[in-house]
Ligand binder design. Structure first.
Ligand code: ADP
Ligand code: MG
Length: 369
């Protein structure tokens, strides 16, 4: 099932009257994009940027102020949640504590009416299939209190799958799990999505999570879509400063810079000669992997310490024009053998360097000579 959002907008009116009236909140501002059939799309952005509201609009729990939602070619904007065929999983698993796992998973099937009504056998078969998909067949007799957080979240996913939804919506489903379970469960979600082929929208504020499991990511800020694309494409080609800062661990390094007479300057150091670039102040973003240690490199930093990160080494240094307390570069271990003294010099890979307009944060394309 393809999901299309067309000029989707949700405004929460500010409360109160007269002078005390609070401003309206535009939680979702003119979203227009398509979620292709059978793909897993990650909605990514900081807390409060409108991710949950977007999901609630898609599943029908909330009505948009403006705009439309289509499932394939059908306009579902006015349909009730029940009529949309959507499965939803929330951050807090919200299982019924007095029901066992089997009963929890079966619950949505028992309310089906009319032509959708299922026999006992059909329900049993559906529950078995859903439990098998999330690999909790052994736990069907247990109560939620007798399960780990990860197992509870699997039950919640099975409960969403049991109705054979056309679209699966997951709202920060891993936030309540500890780090290891989070990694494991996200792989599980990816596997289940591939196995079932259900169009899935996965909401998270964790860029690493979104990057690792999504076919496409939608980066949002303050209710406005910033960029849509494959995770690697967005990482390699951020549309603006916000997206560049939001993606990547360690995060992108930012410097105060300027373009002057076709030279790119970081602080007072000239790092590149540019082709036809108008003079202006810029933010210079450099990915940690964009630095190479080099005796006559263009950027000189003050060495703080090298940190071993397995195969690679992270060099922590400082630079007077850096906007962050430290500059983090990742280089291979061999190139560090000759590291000595207080100063490190780096050459820069232009494809890992991004320029953003000082005032707007918009990306400024450039070519080096
Ligand atoms: P996210 O899920 O990305 O953290 P939300 O979609 O929950 O963000 O919220 C987006 C914005 O809308 C926030 O500013 C939030 O305070 C506001 N908001 C969400 N729900 C309501 C509501 N029912 N009434 C008023 N404002 C709301
Ligand atoms: Mg939310």
């Amino acid at each position: 099932m393809k999901v299309t959002l067309s000029h989707l907008t949700k405004i929460f009116p500010g409360r109160g009257r007269g002078n005390k009236k609070k401003e309206d909140v535009i939680a979702v501002n003119d979203f227009t994009f398509e979620i292709p059939d059978g793909k897993l799309v990650g909605l990514l952005g900081p807390s409060g940027c409108g991710k949950s509201t977007t999901l609630n609009l898609i599943c029908g729990l909330q009505k948009p102020t403006e705009g439309q939602i289509f499932f394939d070619e059908e306009d579902v904007t006015q349909l009730t949640p029940q009529k949309r065929g959507v499965g939803m999983v929330f951050q807090n698993y919200a299982l019924y504590p007095h029901l066992n796992v089997e009963q929890n998973i079966r619950f949505p099937l028992e309310n089906l009416k009319g032509a959708d009504k299922l026999s006992k056998e059909e329900m049993r078969a559906r529950v078995k299939e859903a439990a098998g998909l999330v690999q909790i067949d052994e736990l069907l007799d247990r109560k939620p209190a007798e399960l780990s957080g990860g197992q509870q979240q699997r039950v919640a996913i099975a409960r969403a799958l049991v109705k054979l939804p056309l679209v699966l919506l997951l709202d920060e489903p891993l936030s309540n799990l500890d780090a290891r379970l989070r990694l494991q469960t996200r792989e599980e979600i990816r596997r289940i999505q591939k196995e079932t082929g259900i169009t899935t929208i996965f909401v998270t504020h964790d860029q690493d999570e979104a990057m690792s499991i999504s076919d496409l990511i939608v980066v949002m800020k303050d209710g406005v879509v910033q960029q849509i694309g494959k995770p690697q494409e967005v990482y390699d080609n951020p549309a603006n400063l916000f997206v560049a800062k939001f993606l990547g661990t360690p995060p992108i390094n930012l410097f105060d810079g300027r373009i002057q007479d076709n030279a790119l300057l970081i602080g007072e150091e000239k790092v590149f000669t540019l082709k036809d670039a108008p003079n202006q102040p810029v933010h210079v973003g450099i990915r940690p992997e964009g630095f190479t240690l080099s005796k006559d490199g263009v950027l000189s930093c003050h060495l703080s310490r090298p940190e071993v990160m397995g195969r690679d080494i992270s060099i922590v240094s400082t630079h007077p024009a850096s906007q962050n307390p430290v500059v983090r570069s990742i280089v291979d271990a061999e190139s560090c053998e000759h590291l000595s003294g207080d100063t490190v010099r780096f050459s820069l890979n232009p494809r890992k360097v991004f320029l953003f307009a000082s005032e707007t944060g918009n990306r400024i394309p450039f070519e080096t000579l």
